[in-house]
Design a binder for this molecule. Structure first.
Ligand SMILES: Cc1cc2nc3c(=O)[nH]c(=O)nc-3n(C[C@H](O)[C@H](O)[C@H](O)COP(=O)(O)OP(=O)(O)OC[C@H]3O[C@@H](n4cnc5c(N)ncnc54)[C@H](O)[C@@H]3O)c2cc1C
Ligand SMILES: *[C@@H]1O[C@H](CO)[C@@H](O)[C@H](O)[C@H]1NC(C)=O
Ligand SMILES: *[C@@H]1O[C@H](CO)[C@@H](O)[C@H](O)[C@H]1NC(C)=O
Ligand SMILES: *[C@@H]1O[C@H](CO)[C@@H](O)[C@H](O)[C@H]1NC(C)=O
Ligand SMILES: *[C@@H]1O[C@H](CO)[C@@H](O)[C@H](O)[C@H]1NC(C)=O
Ligand SMILES: *[C@@H]1O[C@H](CO)[C@@H](O)[C@H](O)[C@H]1NC(C)=O
Ligand SMILES: *[C@@H]1O[C@H](CO)[C@@H](O)[C@H](O)[C@H]1NC(C)=O
Ligand SMILES: *[C@@H]1O[C@H](CO)[C@@H](O)[C@H](O)[C@H]1NC(C)=O
Ligand SMILES: *[C@@H]1O[C@H](CO)[C@@H](O)[C@H](O)[C@H]1NC(C)=O
Ligand SMILES: *[C@@H]1O[C@H](CO)[C@@H](O)[C@H](O)[C@H]1NC(C)=O
Ligand SMILES: *[C@@H]1O[C@H](CO)[C@@H](O)[C@H](O)[C@H]1NC(C)=O
Ligand SMILES: *[C@@H]1O[C@H](CO)[C@@H](O)[C@H](O)[C@H]1NC(C)=O
Ligand SMILES: *[C@@H]1O[C@H](CO)[C@@H](O)[C@H](O)[C@H]1NC(C)=O
Length: 485
């Protein structure tokens, strides 16, 4: 009787849940929703943050939600995020309401701008098979734009200064610190349809509720009992026929299966300390050569709307602007003669939010810049907005300036993955496919599974890619559990 009771207790509480999902970002939540759709609820999600969502982080500011992380649904066709979101997102107006500033004035030469803009997609479509995005862009620029304006010194100067804007938008797209790191011809596949579908003030967080069937009505899955927040996993130890998961708060789980979903940045930094035994050389090689840097978003709440209707401002820095900012703003990093603020290139309207603007900063100093205080960030960015816009607008003092800290946050260590020149040099064609292979225990059973944005072969770097990987691993786990019965 004693023995029987002991066994019973051991099985109920000693081994605990069958599956541990690490990370409650879009991938972890998608995996949980997939398990629940298979009527599997014997899982627990361990999340280091005190919120779900991960790189989806919508905060309420002004009159609506604004996103410090993912903001747009990129395309419609074969897009899992769009499938969930189609009733709630609308195409953005960025291109129609672009206001570009140069030499203190709005640049009205739209034809020229369009010519220059078109080069960016062309660089990707026809960049050459083994060349960085930066090199592909520059050689195309040289043979078209420079050639076209070689007799017009004024235009040529503008064209040269305009390169920085192209570089900034490519860095924003790739999430890299340098445009010589990403490769021009990558395995990323676009989804047809508008590329910047907006949540119109609801925030990208709405997709988490949609995944759990809790939007618009909270009638779907309730995962509160299956979720441990503030729980950072520090060790994943493969045993003979189970996995032990240890956390920073000393809690411990013995489980049959683990699904890992934290970012590639976390893997790069922590795989050696977390995984026992260590990961295979092939996987480590993929982790090290797949790219993961970062960008910064800055959200501004103003006491008034000084810009009028919807607008998207672009700042084309010239040599004098760059000299001025070095003289006038004495704090923050400077690298290779470039001031951190000279990488602040864009600020634009926030959906359904008349007094809020969203800004972007990119380039090699993003991580250092994240460490500045809110006051410093406000002082520097207001200086830049006034420098470029004062001829046309009275830029007021913002009430709040909140900047993202993705690169220095140990739970992310960057923003989104990109394919690199290093992969080409090291002959790694699909790190995503290497990363998604499960790790087996010595008894030959797959036990540690890998999801997350960076394991999507064609939609890495996006929310829909992260969802795809959560569904993939959720289905895989469900079929393993079914075969056990
Ligand atoms: C600034 C920015 C803008 C973006 N814009 C877009 C966009 O417009 N459209 C788009 O589609 N995508 C965009 N993305 C990318 C998109 O946000 C990501 O691809 C996607 O959210 C990643 O989801 P994930 O579940 O793979 O990872 P994550 O969201 O990073 O989830 C992993 C979770 O694991 C947790 N974690 C980490 N370490 C541990 C640990 N040791 N123990 C326990 N938990 C841990 C983290 O806290 C996190 O919650 C953007 C990203 C950023 C940062
Ligand atoms: C899950 O359970 C419900 C209700 O018991 C049932 O209708 C449904 O078919 C089950 N789904 C699966 C995938 O087993
Ligand atoms: C997580 O930690 C934060 C601060 O450390 C605390 O405010 C919050 O209540 C905690 N949340 C949970 C769910 O434990
Ligand atoms: C924006 O421009 C595109 C094409 O240039 C046009 O089809 C679309 O209707 C415009 N949208 C708005 C809101 O003006
Ligand atoms: C453009 O290409 C020519 C010829 O290859 C080269 O001499 C020149 O330096 C290039 N210009 C720039 C700005 O890169
Ligand atoms: C530039 O000037 C040269 C010599 O003056 C002329 O031959 C050439 O056609 C001009 N090029 C363009 C693009 O105008
Ligand atoms: C949500 O609830 C409202 C009001 O209770 C109801 O009218 C609506 O049909 C529900 N929508 C869905 C999708 O269930
Ligand atoms: C997950 O939640 C469901 C429903 O609340 C519950 O039945 C199940 O036991 C939970 N699983 C774990 C591992 O706690
Ligand atoms: C946003 O504003 C539009 C009209 O400007 C309105 O139709 C829509 O309901 C609003 N969305 C939200 C989420 O408030
Ligand atoms: C930034 O701070 C400096 C020094 O305190 C001050 O002189 C300047 O006016 C501030 N600029 C802005 C735009 O707030
Ligand atoms: C800025 O404000 C001043 C004083 O209120 C006003 O004279 C000026 O016309 C405004 N400038 C612009 C561009 O609105
Ligand atoms: C790509 O170029 C690098 C050097 O730039 C070279 O080492 C590598 O072998 C090339 N790869 C292919 C597939 O051509
Ligand atoms: C690159 O890897 C492929 C297999 O992925 C292999 O067939 C090819 O021989 C390798 N090339 C080099 C240069 O190592």
């Amino acid at each position: 009787m004693w023995k029987f009771l002991f066994c019973f207790l051991f099985i109920r509480y000693g081994t605990g849940e069958k599956i541990i999902i690490i990370g409650a970002g879009s991938s972890g939540i998608a995996a949980a929703s997939k398990l629940l759709s298979h009527n599997i609820s014997d899982f627990r999600i361990l999340e280091a943050e005190d919120r779900i969502g991960g790189r989806i982080h919508s905060i309420h500011l002004g009159s609506a939600y604004v996103d410090l992380g993912a903001q747009y649904v990129h395309g419609m066709k074969n897009n899992l995020a769009y499938e969930l979101a189609h009733n709630f997102v609308i195409p953005g107006n960025e291109l129609n309401y672009t206001w570009m500033y140069y030499n203190g004035k709005r640049r009205v030469d739209d034809n020229l701008l369009n010519t220059l803009w078109d080069l960016t997609p062309e660089t990707y479509e026809d960049g050459g098979s083994n060349v960085s995005v930066g090199d592909a862009f520059l050689s195309r620029y040289n043979s078209t734009v420079f050639n076209q304006y070689k007799n017009d010194t004024q235009m040529l100067t503008f064209a040269k200064d305009f390169i920085r804007i192209c570089e900034c938008s490519i860095l924003g797209l790739e999430g890299s610190f340098s445009w010589f790191k990403p490769i021009a011809t990558s395995s990323f596949q676009d989804c047809d349809g508008p590329n910047t579908l907006s949540w119109n003030g609801l925030g990208y967080k709405t997709i988490l509720d949609l995944l759990l069937k809790n939007f618009p009505n909270k009638t779907g899955y309730d995962i509160t009992n299956n979720l441990s927040l503030n729980t950072t996993v520090t060790k994943i130890i493969m045993e003979e026929n189970s996995v032990k998961v240890k956390c920073a708060d000393d809690s411990e789980y013995n489980t049959e299966y683990v699904l890992w979903t934290p970012s590639l940045g976390v893997l790069k930094h922590d795989h050696k300390s977390i995984f026992q035994p260590k990961l295979s050389d092939e996987r480590i090689n993929a982790i090290e050569n797949f790219g993961f840097d970062g960008v910064m978003k800055i959200v501004f709440e103003f006491p008034n709307n000084w810009w009028g209707e919807e607008k998207y401002f672009w700042f084309v820095w010239n040599e004098k602007d760059k000299d001025d900012v070095i003289k006038d703003v004495s704090f923050g990093p400077v690298k290779n003669g470039d001031h951190w603020l000279s990488w602040f290139f864009h600020v634009g309207s926030a959906p359904n939010n008349s007094n809020v603007l969203i800004g972007w900063m990119v380039g090699p100093m993003v991580a250092e810049t994240e460490k500045l205080t809110e006051e410093q960030m406000k002082n520097g960015t207001v200086y830049v907005m006034r420098k470029f816009l004062s001829n046309d607008f009275n830029v007021s003092e913002p009430i709040r300036v909140i900047h993202s800290k993705w690169c220095t946050d140990p739970k992310f260590r960057g923003t989104y993955s990109f394919e690199t020149m290093d992969m080409s040099i090291k002959n790694i064609s699909s790190p995503q496919r290497i990363l998604q292979q499960p790790v087996f225990s010595t008894d030959g059973v797959p036990r540690i599974f890998f999801g997350g944005e960076a394991t999507s072969p064609t939609r890495y770097g996006t929310v829909d890619g992260a969802i795809e990987t959560g569904y993939r691993e959720g289905n895989r786990l469900a079929s393993i559990l079914k075969n056990q019965d």
